[in-house]
Each structure stands twice: as structure tokens, then as C-alpha cells.
Write a protein that binds this ligand. Structure first.
Ligand SMILES: C[S@@+](CC[C@H](N)C(=O)[O-])C[C@H]1O[C@@H](n2cnc3c(N)ncnc32)[C@H](O)[C@@H]1O
Length: 286
């Protein structure tokens, strides 16, 4: 009976997600509406998305800076963190289409618990897996201060230098040129000119307002989605958190799949998709 129900829901989802990217029957979404689906699952283990089907991955993984997530240990050794990184980026590679793109929001450097070149190390891992490098966008998160200490004040003995920015590393699987999809872009002239300058200035999101310890603002996935996908493309966020990427997909008429390990964050994401999405049925009904 349960299998029959799962089969029915998976079939329903498959027909909503036009390119049938969702596996069945074991893939039962936590929530779906229009062309958005949330899976409460461990991304490393999930079988909910089919290989070779995703047009764009936009995500901000855990940064390993001791954020108190409900269901994830954000305080591994750096070696363990890079091993975890290699595993999930390998999975992303398998899920992407040959023309698939990957916008990876990570810190430039890490200074908490010892300095590390996080962006350089993760970019190297992604390239070893097979991802090709396009560019790195600097996100100047204007309302966030990353300064915690001066090191040695007014002395050359051991001063700390910290760039108060994050980055979005832009990668692709096999070919940069997109030849598939609706070929319909919705980016305006002004947006295109502004966003192809790879220094982005906009504020971070309030944790308190969203109820999640590390949300990114809608502006981040919005720029990535409008720059790098066509209307109707499939976007995946393997670390969905509070659902920002899915809300953006619904607002921009893209299909969206989000995976989130914590049920309480899935519930936040579901409510955000229900409350903050505009045009969310437009694509499914077109
Ligand atoms: C930096 S947050 C993402 C925030 C998101 N961009 C937003 O706007 O809310 C990382 C998320 O990854 C989730 N997570 C950690 N490990 C995971 C895993 N193995 N599979 C799926 N989600 C995971 C955490 O619970 C957390 O919500």
C-alpha cells in the first residue's frame, strides 16, 4: 500500500518536473508544488535526482565554522571537511547535464580555528573531480563584519588580514556554451551589464528573520539563475536550508529541487515557497 502511494506521488512529481529528473518510487518529496520539490534527505545518500539531468546547481554548503545546525556537525577537522566536500561535489558532477553549470558559494578564506585557503582548496578538488573552471565572483556582503581580531595591533609581529567577502565559484561540466533548453532568457540589459562584472555588492540575509542559522539572500541565487539558465531549466540546491533557492526558482519560472537533511529546515523552506513565491504555477501550467 505504502509503495503504491509512493509510486503515485513520484509519478505525479515526474509529470510536474518536465524532464523527469526525479527518481521513483523511493523518492517521496517532503513537499512539492508547481515545479518545486523538497526532499528531506542526506544529499550524500539520496537517490531522488537522476544522473545527467540538472542544468544548474546553486548552493552554499556548510562552511565548517561551528555553526549550530540541527542535524549537521559543522566542526570537523579540515581534512574531514575536504573529504566531505569531495564526496558531495562528485555527486553533483554525476547529476549535472553535460552543459550543466555549478555556482558554488563558499568563503574565500577561513580564519576561525586556523587559517585555511578554503576557496583555493575546494576549487582544486572540484577541478580534480572533472568540473571545468569558468570564473570566481566576489560577493561583498556589505552588512557583515568578519573582523574578530587584529592579531598584533599596530605591529608587524603577527597582524591578521581578513577580506570581508565570500565567493561564488562558477564551474561547468563539459561545455560552457548552452545549446539545450527553452533558449528563453529573462535577464534585462541593466542586470546583464551589472552582473557580468564579477564583483557583486549586496547585503546578507538575516538569520533571525528567516529562522535558519546561515541563509543566503534571494539576490544570490536570483543572479546565478537569471545569468546562467533559461526559463524552465532545472536548478538543484543540495543544501537547501531555508529554501532560498527554491523560492527564487518559483519566482523566476525555473524548476527547482532542494535536498535538506534537517526536517525543521524543510518545514521553513516549505513555508517560504508557499508564502514568498510568485508565478510559481506559471511554468507548470504553461
Ligand atoms: C549554509 S546552509 C544553506 C542555507 C541556504 N542557502 C539558505 O538560504 O537557507 C547549509 C545547509 O546544509 C544542510 N546540510 C548539511 N549536511 C547536509 C547533507 N548531508 N545533506 C543535505 N543537507 C545538509 C544543513 O542542515 C544546512 O541547512
Amino acid at each position: 500500500m505504502e509503495t503504491k502511494r509512493k509510486r503515485r506521488v513520484a509519478k505525479e512529481i515526474s509529470s510536474i518536473v518536465a524532464n523527469k529528473s526525479i527518481q521513483s518510487p523511493e523518492a517521496t518529496p517532503y513537499f512539492h508544488q508547481g515545479s518545486a520539490a523538497i526532499f528531506n534527505d542526506d544529499f550524500l545518500k539520496t537517490t531522488s535526482v537522476k544522473d545527467g539531468t540538472v542544468d544548474l546547481i546553486v548552493t552554499s554548503p556548510p562552511y565548517n565554522v561551528d555553526i549550530q545546525y540541527n542535524s549537521h556537525n559543522d566542526q570537523m577537522s579540515y581534512k574531514e571537511y575536504l573529504e566531505f566536500t569531495e564526496r558531495w561535489i562528485t555527486k553533483c558532477y554525476a547529476l549535472a547535464k553535460p552543459e550543466g553549470r555549478f555556482c558554488l558559494n563558499i568563503p574565500l578564506d577561513k580564519n576561525k580555528g586556523g587559517q585555511q585557503s578554503v576557496c583555493a582548496d575546494i576549487t582544486t578538488i572540484a577541478k580534480q573531480i572533472g568540473w571545468k573552471y569558468h570564473s570566481t565572483i566576489i560577493w561583498n556582503e556589505q552588512n557583515i563584519s568578519r573582523r574578530t581580531a587584529w592579531g598584533s595591533w599596530l605591529s608587524a609581529s603577527a597582524p591578521f588580514v581578513i577580506a570581508p567577502v565570500e565567493v561564488i565559484v562558477v564551474l561547468y561540466k563539459e561545455r560552457w556554451k548552452k545549446t539545450s533548453g527553452s533558449k528563453k532568457s529573462d535577464i534585462t540589459r541593466d542586470e546583464f551589464i551589472a552582473w557580468t562584472n564579477g564583483v557583486w555588492n549586496f547585503n546578507g540575509e538575516s538569520k533571525k528573520r528567516i529562522g535558519h542559522p546561515a541563509p543566503f539572500p534571494i539576490e544570490l541565487p536570483r543572479r546565478c539563475i537569471k545569468l546562467f539558465t533559461y526559463i524552465g531549466d532545472l536548478v538543484l540546491d543540495p543544501f537547501l536550508g531555508s529554501g532560498t533557492t527554491l523560492v527564487t526558482c518559483a519566482q523566476t519560472n525555473r524548476q527547482g529541487i532542494g535536498i535538506e537533511i534537517d526536517k525543521r529546515y524543510c518545514e521553513i523552506a516549505k513555508n517560504r515557497v508557499l508564502n514568498e513565491s510568485k508565478n510559481q504555477l506559471a511554468f507548470a501550467e504553461a
